[in-house]
Design a protein around this ligand. Structure first.
Ligand code: CTP
Ligand SMILES: C[C@](O)(CO)[C@H](O)COP(=O)(O)O
Length: 376
């Protein structure tokens, strides 16, 4: 099932006020929209994202298209914007429709909606109303309402793509949300666990509340790795995914790529998920001669599965020979590709040990690495 996310960001944010519509305003160091987008970009089940922008905001379009996000032009009502966004995602099986104005959405809320779509036409998060409900008239209570069975609706609201496209095509009038459109078409919609922190920025005070929620949620980890491989017979070494001709090889159960092993261990370390031997025991013959990118990709996938973004990797190879400098750019590119991050967040460098110790005597290569992981 190809899962797509549709983020609607074409509203004018009149209730929130401010110099620009709320999705473009700052929340901490980045904008509301950047927080929202980052959560969907980091979600392992989301294959494609589309964003819907107001015609006046099309100067922002290149920022999104450059990162692989499709851009559509919104309409006067939210449902017009949703229709435009759906048209930009023709090759999806499931679509998650989300307000740009909900920047605190969690990976768990998204996963729960996707899981519920296995057995339901539609699924959306809701929070059961816990306060008593009044009807008010000129600041006086004129009645009460039974709260039983009432939920506050959130997004993302998920559907089978073809069904929600057809439901929107048939719908007449304005709808509060896509669940209303789906129900009008006879689709069943499951209520998944909403998150009280998945707030929609609606009024000016919501910016401070969202900032507090995001600050509390941010989880920054660093992990370190250290590894050594001895030289043995051979005519090349594998270092950070690059084959380098040399008068010796490196000895190991796998391809002995000491650089990739070290970075892999740094990522596992940041996740407190053991080390490379935990996941790929050397006693297991299936890993004999294995290419080490398998280990690194596994660690990077594990980080993503747990909702982390790998924001930086720094690796130092320690050896007298071979000389790393001429290959450093290729190594950075290879590691960045394996992890799925930008090359300017990937550092590979080298030092000698001034001819001291086992690396100085040319008996092997050592490596140390640090990985930084962030979950927002
Ligand atoms: N014509 C519209 C109206 C709304 N939205 C989007 O729908 C989400 C939820 O809508 P709401 O909170 O009502 O946003 P605004 O319409 O921007 O706010 P306001 O009603 O205060 O102007 C927001 O991400 C908003 O950008 C949209 O894409 N197109
Ligand atoms: C879709 C929605 O976010 C569900 O809560 C909401 O209906 C849209 O915002 P509005 O404040 O009702 O305009």
């Amino acid at each position: 099932m190809r899962v797509c996310a549709l983020i609607v960001a074409a509203g004018r944010g009149t209730r929130a006020g401010g110099p620009r519509p709320k999705q473009w305003q700052s929340l901490g160091k980045t904008r509301v929209i950047d927080h929202t987008l980052a959560t969907f970009e980091g979600h392992k089940e989301v294959a494609q994202i589309a964003i819907v922008l107001h015609p006046d905001d099309m100067n922002e379009a290149p920022y999104f298209t450059q990162r692989g996000v499709k851009v559509a032009i919104g309409g006067a009502e939210r449902s017009d914007s949703v229709r435009a966004g759906l048209a930009a995602l023709p090759d999806c099986d499931l679509v998650l429709i989300h307000d740009a104005a909900r920047p605190c959405v969690s990976a768990q809320v998204i996963s729960d909606v996707i899981a519920a779509l296995e057995t339901s036409d539609g699924a959306a998060p809701g929070v059961a109303v816990s306060d008593a409900l009044w009807v008010g008239d000129k600041n006086c209570v004129s009645g009460t309402k039974d709260r039983n069975g009432l939920f506050a609706a959130q997004t993302p609201q998920g559907f089978r793509y073809k069904q929600i496209v057809a439901a929107h095509a048939d719908y007449v009038g304005t709808a509060a949300d896509d669940v209303a459109v789906a129900r009008a078409a006879g689709l069943n919609v499951t209520i998944t666990a909403g998150d009280p922190e998945n707030i929609k920025i609606t009024t000016p005070t919501d910016f401070a509340r969202a900032t507090r929620i995001l600050e509390k949620k941010m989880d920054i980890r660093t992990g370190n790795g250290f590894d050594v491989h001895a030289f043995g017979p051979g005519d090349h070494v594998m270092l950070c995914g690059v084959k380098i001709p040399h008068d010796h090889g490196l000895v190991g159960h796998s391809d002995a790529d000491v650089g990739l092993h070290t970075i892999t261990d740094a990522i596992y370390g940041a996740l407190a998920a053991g080390d490379i031997g935990t996941h790929f025991p050397p006693s297991d013959p299936q890993w004999k001669g294995a290419q080490s990118h398998i280990f690194l990709r596994h660690a990077a996938d594990l980080a993503r599965d747990q909702g982390f973004t790998i924001t930086h990797v720094d690796c130092t190879l320690i050896c007298e020979h071979p000389k790393v400098g001429p290959h450093a750019a290729a190594m950075r590119a290879a590691v960045a590709d394996m992890i799925g991050i930008d090359v300017d967040r990937t550092s590979v460098k080298a030092t000698t040990s001034e001819r001291l110790g086992f690396t100085g005597r040319g008996e092997g290569i050592a490596c140390m690495a640090t990985a930084t992981l962030v979950k927002t």
